[in-house]
Design a protein around this ligand. Structure first.
Ligand code: 5AD
Ligand code: SF4
Length: 442
């Protein structure tokens, strides 16, 4: 029996890549194990967004090697694999496979080479026309399924490593995507989440030539699918038709994640984001004017090279103006190959930390205010599971807010019966900065 162990870091794209990698391995006769010690092959699917991501990968690899390394084959996948390439063999000589996501369609061939004893197997070409797909994907969640609609990224944001790690944009055909979604619905999945580094630049390569809004509309019409989400959007390519589509069909969730990165037009220009603060706010205005109450979330980077105090304050004022429902925040960190490496005037670590803390505190207050305003209303919660520690069911609203609740008639899972995978009406009774609590109503 051939066994493998896999560890995954990074975004949802990476998580879904691992689902495809696992499916490929299983169809090639491997068995997944949960313990390192039991594995013949140890795979590490890496992310390079965070500061010192490379060091952390080597550190973890060395840990693997030290603790359970005897006689095992090691593979590094994902963004750090693509970014570091063959250097990985030098710094971690026990590694035998280095492959980026643009090469996963060759994974089976690479496994054959590994089995033949080849100890320098690589998949590092970014020169690819197709997006990796496999019918064997092992989906982690029994109710919610990811579908990749577009791989790669053609933008060149000055801070971002993704164009170098995931390669150029490749969209999948609309008929393949709809077929996959219909199959998932038949298998009992209730939610789908459309994935891409920039879903808004989706372009159907088939003669139908659909854009993203058209695809989104069609996904909302699939029998059996109760919710459709999508991530992530680039503001430059975010068109009003997307808001119109959400407005017209409740299956399309009330949530748009629209990463802004900075509230200052001058910083946005240095970041090569291709929009100004005003352009961005126009899009926010479309979303806020929708009939449905669409949650807005974003990503922010503080301390981009040369960011002045005044520019940082423009980000704060943007938060006040938009009133985001939630956000991911990052301290700028230098990434290999990126255009921002050429910029001078780097901000000190302490200063980045100071700015981040101010931003987080401000956003926390905004979230407390926004969530508190929901107390008393009834929301539809999709039940994801049960939390033994708190005695609450774990739910999520269409706006993607966690809504954990008690159910008077069904206080906990019993005799194998569970509420997971159902949609229930829940009255919000309490609000925190990051989640809501509630009680099931009829
Ligand atoms: N430094 C800090 N944050 C970054 N992000 C991407 N690259 C960097 C970087 N070099 C953040 C952006 C992006 C999110 C996924 O990660 O905010 O939207
Ligand atoms: Fe990390 Fe970006 Fe790669 Fe996702 S695409 S794994 S966030 S580096």
């Amino acid at each position: 029996m051939k066994t493998f162990y896999i560890e995954t870091f990074g975004c949802q794209m990476n998580a879904h890549d691992s689902e495809k990698v696992i499916g490929t391995l299983v169809s090639d006769g491997y068995t997944q194990v949960e313990q390192l010690e039991q594995a013949d092959l140890i795979l590490y699917n890496t992310c390079s967004i965070r500061d010192k991501a490379e060091q952390k990968v080597f550190h973890r690899l060395n840990q693997f090697k030290k603790e359970h390394g005897k006689g095992k084959v090691f593979g590094v996948l994902g963004c750090v694999a693509q970014q570091e390439g063959e250097r990985i063999f030098e710094r971690a000589p026990f590694v035998s496979l280095v492959a980026g996501s643009a090469s996963y369609s060759k994974l089976s061939q690479m496994l054959v080479q590994l089995e033949a004893g080849n100890r320098r197997v690589t998949g590092l070409s970014l020169d690819t026309e197709d997006a990796f797909e496999t019918p064997f994907t092992r989906r982690d969640n029994p109710h919610r399924a990811y579908i990749t609609i577009i791989e790669g990224c053609d933008k060149s944001c000055a801070y971002c490593v993704v164009p170098f790690t995931r390669g150029p944009e490749r969209s999948r055909t609309s008929d393949k995507l709809l077929e996959e979604a219909r199959d998932l619905a038949r298998m009992g999945y209730l939610e789908i989440q459309l994935l891409g580094q920039n879903v808004n630049s989706y372009r159907d390569p088939s003669p139908a030539g659909w854009d993203f809004a058209r695809l989104l509309r069609a996904m909302g019409e699939i029998d059996g699918i109760r919710r459709v989400r999508f991530t992530t959007s680039h503001p430059r390519d975010f068109v009003k038709e997307i808001v119109d589509a959400i407005d017209e069909n409740p299956v399309l969730c009330n949530h748009v994640h629209l990463p802004v990165q900075s509230g200052s037009s001058s910083v946005l220009e240095r970041m090569q984001r291709l929009y100004t603060r005003d352009d961005y706010l126009r899009r926010i205005d479309w979303i806020k004017k929708a009939r449905r109450n669409i949650a807005i979330t974003t990503d922010i980077i503080v301390g981009f090279p040369g960011e002045t105090e005044a520019e940082f304050e423009e980000t704060l004022s943007l938060l006040e103006e938009v009133q985001y429902d939630s956000l991911f925040n990052f301290k700028y960190s230098r990434r290999p190959n990126t255009p921002a490496l050429a910029l001078e005037d780097h901000i000190s670590e302490e200063e980045k930390t100071r700015r981040l803390t101010i931003l987080q505190e401000m956003q926390r207050d905004i979230q407390i205010r926004r969530n508190s305003a929901l107390v008393g209303i009834v929301e539809e919660a999709f039940v994801e599971g049960y939390n033994q520690a708190t005695g609450q069911w774990i739910g999520r609203t269409t706006q993607n807010r966690p809504l954990n609740f008690i159910h008077p008639e069904f206080p906990s899972p019993r005799d194998g019966a569970t509420l997971a995978g159902t949609y229930l009406s829940v009255r919000v009774t309490r609000a925190g900065p990051n989640s809501l609590a509630g009680e099931r109503v009829n």
